[in-house]
Design a binder for this molecule. Structure first.
Ligand code: PAN
Ligand code: ZN
Length: 172
């Protein structure tokens, strides 16, 4: 939980995440008030300002859509060469990284784990655990977010929980 002047919270409900999960019909059946994740953040300067930093904590709830674990939408940065740090605070999950040519890699996120996301690399967090996954982030204030590339082609990895087992599946 972040406290301090200027902290804001953005909430994403499962019903907001159209097209994100493989089984969109299952997503549409989720209760309208079911929260998938929220981002508390502090933006010390105007969005798009060169030289500043933004800071946030993403909290992804436990759960699945069909069998697919709750996750963030994921994005490239609009200013594509901008990097970012993530670090695990609470809970367990996965960070999926993907280059423009769809080469993906997966890192385990747990309390204390540190993850450097280079520029030109899409990033998505996935909660594979049974409690909330909280992850800190720090990124340049001129990074911006490119969600459209992900909306059209998706990530090349999906993560499912079936009978308590986590399954990481390549989807091309
Ligand atoms: C993070 C993400 C946050 C939510 O602050 O924005 O985890 O994920 P989506 O933006 O993909 O919905 C970050 O990577 N900022 O750049
Ligand atoms: Zn980012």
């Amino acid at each position: 939980m972040l406290r301090g002047e200027g902290c804001i919270v953005e909430t994403r409900r499962v019903t907001d995440l159209k097209g994100v999960f493989a089984d969109d019909a299952a997503r549409a059946r989720c209760p309208a008030d079911r929260i998938a994740y929220s981002v508390q953040m502090h933006r010390a300067t105007a969005d798009g300002t060169t030289g500043g930093l933004f800071f946030g904590v993403t909290r992804i709830e436990p759960g699945t859509v069909g069998d697919e674990c709750f996750m963030t939408r994921g994005h490239f940065h609009a200013n594509a060469d901008r990097g970012e740090y993530y670090w695990g605070i609470e809970g367990v999950g996965l960070l999926v990284l993907m280059t423009r040519d769809r080469q993906s890699s997966v890192q385990r996120v747990e309390p204390g784990s540190l993850h450097y996301i280079p520029g030109h690399t899409a990033h998505r967090l996935i909660n594979t655990g049974e409690q909330a996954l909280a992850v800190g982030a720090c990124w340049p204030s001129d990074a911006g977010h490119d969600y459209d590339s992900i909306a059209s082609a998706g990530f090349s990895v999906r993560v499912y929980r079936r009978n308590g087992e986590i399954s990481i599946e390549r989807v091309g």
